[in-house]
Design a protein around this ligand. Structure first.
Ligand code: IPM
Ligand code: MN
Length: 358
């Protein structure tokens, strides 16, 4: 097949890891006889430096014409000034909105070889396999916000969590359909004991669960309790669906279950158009440029891109299997190495993946 991918390396370790994922995609193209075209665009701090805008129009245009978008990471201390006109993160939020990417899928799966790298006990995390559906274009991230100066010299700031029925329905349906293809269990997380927006989530989801998905085992959990259950009994969850901010926080928490953030990919999908794929980890400015970052999350994100945006299931599985096999041989980057294991560079790790794919 022919496919066009946009690479958005971004900041920090972004360029290093996206370059490695590209090598993997190129090899897949050759091995399976596909014609992949790559374009590279600006986003985040790199885009601010070059154009003053964290998401230049040119990048949006490129992305809307692509089959899939692979993003590295955005942000870093250089652009952290709270008084700055704009921030790298604004580019990320805008591209989600521009591309209509309302569903953020974050699979949290333990790799048997890495269980001991988890800060939690083996008997707690072993077998964890959760698929999060985080709503990504609504809620408090995009609701009205304000900052006003008060007569007493202080300030008042507000951010508002807003949801419409249809925004809840569309992500709930995706999550429930995914549950059917997995272990058939769906957990919806909210704060309905306090928030009006959560009460709407609870009502809308209960209705859909009963009418459209009576065969799916359905439960609701309050977000504070979920924070606790995630680290006490993670294996009891299958698919989890929740609103934007809760999903942001819970998926960072859950990312510690498998041991390293360096292993986790994510996919952001809309009703149509290209999906956006990225590692869950950030730009890691402390190790940027050193050639030691773990490229596996981005390589696994590339696999998700082949699966969800190109329907290339066999190719996606080939990459996932290569990662698994290479880990099984004891290959480790610094973030996942333990004891006397030899530490590989970003490029060396990718070389092994490429060799496993040959
Ligand atoms: C994420 C990040 C972003 C978010 C930031 C960088 C805006 O934390 O993708 O989870 O909060 O959505
Ligand atoms: Mn986050």
């Amino acid at each position: 097949m022919d496919a066009t991918f946009v690479l958005l390396p971004g900041d920090g370790i972004g360029p290093e890891i996206v370059a490695q994922a590209r090598r993997v995609l190129e090899l897949i193209g050759t091995r399976f006889g596909h014609h992949f075209v790559f374009h590279t665009g600006l986003i985040g701090g790199a885009a601010i430096d070059a154009t003053g805008d964290p998401l230049p129009d040119e990048t949006i245009r490129m992305c809307t014409e692509a089959d899939g978008v692979l993003l590295g990471a955005v942000g870093g201390p250089k652009w952290d000034d709270p008084n700055a006109k704009t921030r790298p993160e604004a580019g990320l939020l805008r591209i989600r909105k521009e591309l209509g990417l309302f569903a953020n899928l974050r699979p949290i799966k333990t790799f048997p070889e890495l269980v001991d790298a988890s800060p939690l006990k083996r008997e707690v995390v072993e077998g964890t396999d959760i698929l999060f559906f985080r709503e990504l274009t609504g809620g408090i991230y995009f609701g009205p916000s304000s900052l006003e100066e008060l007569p007493d010299g202080g300030y008042r700031a507000s951010s508002t969590m807003v949801y419409d029925t249809h925004e809840i329905e569309r992500i709930f349906r995706l999550a429930a359909e995914a549950a059917r293809r997995r272990r058939n269990k769906l957990t919806m997380v909210d704060k309905a004991n306090v928030l009006e927006a959560s009460r709407l989530w609870r009502r809308v989801c209960a209705e859909l669960a009963a009418t459209e998905f009576p065969d799916v085992e359905y439960e609701v959990v309050l977000v504070d309790a979920m924070a606790m259950h995630l680290i006490s009994r993670p294996t009891s969850f299958d698919v989890v669906v929740t609103e934007n901010l809760f999903g942001d926080i819970l998926t960072d928490e859950a990312s510690m279950l498998p041991g390293s953030l360096g292993m986790l990919p994510s996919a952001s999908l809309g009703a149509e158009g290209p999906g956006l794929y990225e590692p869950v980890h950030g730009s890691a400015p402390d190790i940027a440029g050193k050639g030691i970052a773990n490229p596996l999350a981005t390589i696994l994100a590339a696999a998700l891109m082949l699966r969800h945006s190109c329907q290339l299931e066999e190719e996606a599985v080939a990459i996932e299997r290569a990662v698994q096999d290479v880990l099984a041989t004891g290959a480790r980057t610094a973030d996942i190495a333990r004891g006397s294991q030899r530490v590989l560079s970003t490029v060396e790790m990718t070389d092994l993946i490429l060799a496993a794919l040959q």
